[in-house]
Design a protein around this ligand. Structure first.
Ligand SMILES: [Cu+2]
Length: 322
């Protein structure tokens, strides 16, 4: 008679086998080592606290960012990565433990375990718990980052077009009485547009596109939002910017030939300098002159205009003119 798989009970499970002796003898098993690894990683994360991101170079993200929202997203990113690593180390441990512990030793089938209810319950519930915890914190951070107030300190209209940007400083958010553009900065082929913003004030970004879908992205904000043409007006807000400096901005949506060169610069200055910059713009100065008037560099520090390589040869001028 041929025995069914679940009925096979090879001799390896007998009491007093050499393996049992090893187990009792205190030599760490592979499973125990895997457990130690997971515990060690968790302990490392706990001990290192906020520095764990710094230790591992932000796990691929710019470290920290320049707004409270970016800090919250950064912390979520680091915590999620640590959770994923812990699960990964645990699973790798299990895999290697199985590979070594149950490697082929002869022609006898190992114990066939089926319908192990506690085990099946565990590997159904555990992933649901992991996803539920990640979802909970993601929902909290996302809601915070998407929060838009009625009365921001600064409102900027971001206008995207192939392949540049215009920034309109508005007196109030769109739709509110008296909302109008008080100053404007336009990027050109020769000049990178510089978006000047103050520290310590909330900033509302209102986005609109002249042609196709673009995406407004400042890596140091750890945030990007698509810019749509037509009636859709995407908005987002940062509650403050805390570090003065020059930060590159990019388009993060493939929008055409020069998409990769569609850059701008975010220049974060003190509130007093910002007020003087806007006043200078309103007095009729160019963006570059207004920047010089507040002691800032007139041209972008983090990127430069792209070479369009459009000259007479590109258009076959010789033949066109004949
Ligand atoms: Cu674009």
């Amino acid at each position: 008679m041929v025995a069914r798989g679940s009925e096979v009970r090879p001799s390896v499970v007998r009491q007093g086998s050499p393996r049992d002796a090893r187990r009792r003898g205190g030599r760490p098993s592979v499973g125990r080592l895997a457990g130690l690894g997971v515990g060690g990683a968790a302990l490392l994360a706990l001990l290192s606290g906020c520095n764990v991101g710094q230790t591992f170079d932000g796990f691929g993200w710019p470290q920290g960012g320049i707004s409270p929202e970016s800090h919250r997203m950064y912390d979520l990113w680091i915590a999620s990565t640590i959770a994923a690593l812990a699960v990964g180390v645990f699973v790798w441990g299990l895999i290697f433990w199985c590979v070594i512990r149950y490697r082929k030793r002869g022609e006898t089938l190992p114990v066939q375990t089926r319908f192990n209810i506690p085990m099946e319950f565990l590997y159904t519930i555990a992933p649901i718990l992991v996803v539920a915890v990640l979802f909970y914190y993601t929902a909290i951070v996302q809601t915070g980052v998407n929060k838009v107030s009625e009365d921001p300190d600064v409102t900027v209209e971001v206008v995207a077009f192939k392949w540049n940007w215009q920034f309109n400083y508005r007196s109030a958010p769109n739709g509110q009485p008296g909302a109008e553009t008080v100053a404007s900065t336009l990027g050109t082929t020769e000049v990178i547009p510089i978006l000047v913003l103050p520290t310590g004030r909330s900033v509302l970004f209102e986005e609109t596109s002249r042609d196709v879908i673009h995406s407004f992205w400042v890596p140091e904000l750890l945030f990007k939002r698509d810019v749509f043409p037509g009636n859709v007006r995407n908005v987002f807000q940062v509650s403050s910017l805390h570090t003065e400096g020059a930060y590159v901005g990019r388009c993060a949506e493939l929008c055409g030939t020069y998409h990769s060169m569609m850059n701008f610069e975010l220049r974060v200055v003190s509130p007093e300098e910002y007020d003087r910059f806007i006043a200078a713009k309103q007095a009729g100065q160019s963006t570059q002159d207004a920047l010089v008037s507040i002691g800032e560099s007139p041209l972008a520090q983090t990127t430069k205009p792209f070479d369009t390589r459009r000259d007479v040869n590109n258009f076959g001028n010789a033949s066109a003119g004949s």
